[in-house]
Structures are given as structure tokens and as C-alpha cells.
Design a protein around this ligand. Structure first.
Ligand code: FES
Length: 111
């Protein structure tokens, strides 16, 4: 994919099964690290009532919203189970632990 990747630090900045919130011109992005050291980036805003997903609990490749327990897939951004809604997923790149996210996808979606 062409476009601008913006540096967001290293995987060691994120605790295993945790997340950090990155502020970008396109809004807040939650960047998650799974127990398997995979990295996913999605909007830091729950599709239910906007809860901060970066403060949720990571399990497998999903995160549970800290407010009302919606479970969101980190891969698809979709709410799982009986709940409905989705958040945007952001392309994230991991090169030897150095992480970056695709800026264009944020700006286009923010328009
Ligand atoms: S705001 Fe996330 S479940 Fe309600």
C-alpha cells in the first residue's frame, strides 16, 4: 500500500495484552498488542457509546470495552456476539518491533 506511514514507537511501548492510545490528525487510535505479540490498530472509540477501547481488556484477537463490555474484533473492527457496530481498522506495520500506522487511511476517513 502506498502512502505515508507515521512512526508510533516500538512494540515494547505497549504492554503484552495491553494497548496505548495514539493521537493523530484523524482522531485517537488504539494500538493493541496481543499475547502473541501481534499488533492491531483501531479507532479508540467504542461503536456503542464511544468508550475508550484502549483501556479495555485484550483477549485473543479481541478487546472488551471497559464501559459496557462490547467485544470488538481487533482484526475486523466488528462487534462480536449479539452486539452490533464496528470501528475502523487502521493498517499497522511492524518492522523489527518498530511500529507505524498508515496516515492516509486516517485522514480520508476523517473527512
Ligand atoms: S461504550 Fe463500549 S460497550 Fe458501551
Amino acid at each position: 500500500m502506498n502512502g505515508n506511514w507515521i512512526d508510533i514507537g516500538t512494540i515494547d511501548d505497549i504492554p503484552p495484552r495491553g494497548a496505548r492510545c495514539v493521537k493523530t490528525p484523524g482522531g485517537k487510535i488504539a494500538v493493541f498488542r496481543t499475547a502473541e505479540n501481534e499488533v492491531f490498530a483501531i479507532e479508540d472509540q467504542c461503536p456503542h457509546k464511544g468508550g475508550p477501547l484502549s483501556q479495555g481488556i485484550v483477549h485473543g484477537k479481541s478487546v472488551t470495552c471497559p464501559l459496557h463490555n462490547f467485544v470488538i474484533s481487533l482484526e475486523s473492527g466488528q462487534a462480536l456476539g449479539a452486539d452490533e457496530g464496528e470501528v475502523r481498522t487502521i493498517p499497522v506495520r511492524n518492522i523489527d518491533g518498530q511500529l507505524s500506522i498508515m496516515l492516509e487511511s486516517l485522514l480520508v476517513a476523517a473527512e
